[in-house]
Design a protein around this ligand. Structure first.
Ligand code: UDX
Length: 446
């Protein structure tokens, strides 16, 4: 099947490469000529495990092409995916749909014969109707269907998520479009991935409701973690005990410094706006977003408390800057707010990240970047584990102790257990566990 993907960003690129790997003939189009030239030779603009191999393999097999020429790319395609960005609109939190509408206009000017235009970008409910009317007014005689097919890919695990999804959601009321979309996803039926057909507007809302639900779930366990710290309980066991109930489930109950990334903050804001537009309200989502925002700076206060109430004049080392491991994405990463709050409190801040340093240098200033955990820890009065990269899961604590001014670890991802760290003479603080501070070290801190 001939497929065109408009937009070679995160979603477009992963989708194009995976569709090609299924055996479809895929053309991926983007307006950024440097990006396209790089992609043609297999140079990937983002860090995503396995993606460069997948792209190179499918270019070589002549199933995947990249171009800036939209006209040529959409001509003859039976299915066109719109996978352009829908960032937060400056000022009001609404999703900015200008790229989606521009893509729709460009496509309308060129396509021939019955075409399915699929909205893969995350778009508010009703966007499919708008895209349909844009195309209908440009081409009154064209036979086409506009379908919603949201993506549920996690950065860092996107290829696995694409190839073994929990579900494929297709929103269309048209039989013909349904049949073609079944063909597009046929290779996944072998994995018995459930395909769920529904109405277009409902499908659009499923995406936002899913992300908002996950954001609320994380925020919920984060607040329970705060309570555990006060009440001397263990949030990891609370999460486990809750998650054994199948109705709740184990996943997305890891307490931490608050969610970040390109989706949850933007999508929760957009969903709240949508609800308001329709005269409704999503108070629970609105509150979760506000609580999550405040949490990032609260993590800096936790570090300050662990350091005896002040970090003024002290060196603090941060391990991990990206919003989660296995990505170089710094968008809305908790590290940004944590660094700023520590700088505001008078600390000298050292930072490191295995993959995200280049991206981090674009958004974090006033700090010193180090190549690894040990150089970052040199002379530090505390180390803060912000992102749970594998590289920080088996740190050499005797070596760190030698290097650091004071042996304090604030583990914002609960990677370690208090007993194992304290054995090395560290003061250990984590999330959702009562802080334990040996008296002798506390004296040294204050
Ligand atoms: C998310 C959705 O999972 C995905 O389905 C959607 O398509 C895009 O948004 P992503 O942003 O890549 O994917 O990251 P995800 O793995 O969901 O994590 C989001 C944030 O939540 C990260 O900051 C992560 O550290 C945090 N998180 C996640 C927690 O703090 N606790 C958890 O239990 C899970």
């Amino acid at each position: 099947m001939d497929i065109t993907v408009v937009g070679a960003g995160y979603v477009g690129l992963v989708s194009a490469a995976c569709f090609a790997d299924f055996g479809h003939s895929v053309t991926c189009v983007d307006t950024d000529s440097t990006k396209v030239e790089n992609l043609k030779i297999g140079t990937i603009p983002i860090f995503e495990p396995g993606l460069d191999d997948l792209v190179t393999r499918n270019i070589s097999a002549d199933r995947l092409r990249f171009t800036t020429n939209l006209k040529a790319a959409v001509k003859g395609a039976s299915v066109i995916f719109i996978a352009v960005g829908t960032p937060s609109r400056r000022g009001d939190g609404h999703a900015d749909l200008s790229y989606v509408y521009q893509a729709a206009r460009d496509i309308a000017g060129t396509v021939e014969g019955y075409t399915i235009i699929v909205l893969k970008s995350t778009v508010p409910v009703g966007t499919g109707d708008e895209v349909e009317s844009i195309i209908r007014s440009a081409r009154p005689d064209l036979q086409f269907s506009v379908v919603s097919n949201p993506e549920f890919l996690r950065e860092g695990a996107a290829i696995g998520d694409f190839k073994r999804p929990d579900r494929i959601v297709i929103g269309t009321e048209e039989e013909r479009a349904r049949d073609v979309m079944s063909e597009v996803y046929r290779p996944l039926f072998l994995n018995q991935s459930p395909i769920f057909f529904t109405e277009r507007r409902t499908s659009e809302l499923i995406k936002y409701a899913s992300n908002a639900f996950l954001a609320v779930k994380i925020t919920f366990i984060n607040e329970i973690a705060d309570l555990c710290e006060l009440a001397d309980a263990n949030v990891q066991d609370v999460a486990r005990g809750m998650g054994l109930d199948n109705r709740i489930g184990q996943k997305f109950l890891h307490a931490g410094p608050g969610y970040g990334g390109s989706c949850f903050p933007k999508d929760t804001a957009a969903l709240v706006k949508t609800a308001q537009d329709y005269g409704g309200a999503l108070r629970i989502v609105e509150t979760a977003a506000a609580v999550n925002d405040q949490r990032k700076r609260a993590m800096a206060r936790k570090v300050i408390a662990a350091c005896g109430g002040s970090v003024k004049g002290k060196t603090i080392g941060l391990l991990g800057l990206t919003f989660k491991p296995n990505t170089d994405d710094m968008r809305d990463a908790p590290s940004i707010a944590i660094v700023q709050a520590l700088l505001d409190a008078g600390a000298t801040v050292n930072v490191t990240d295995p993959i995200g340093m280049a991206q981090a240098q674009g958004v974090i200033s006033g700090v010193t970047f180090y190549p690894d955990a040990y150089t970052c820890a040199d002379n530090a009065s505390a180390l803060v584990l912000v992102t749970e990269w594998d590289a920080y899961r088996a740190l050499d604590f005797p070596r760190l102790r030698e290097l650091m001014h004071l042996p304090i670890l604030v583990d914002l991802r609960n990677v370690y257990r208090a007993a194992e760290i304290e054995r090395h003479g560290f003061i250990y603080n984590s999330v959702g566990h009562k802080p334990s501070r040996p008296k002798s070290l506390l004296r040294a801190v204050s």
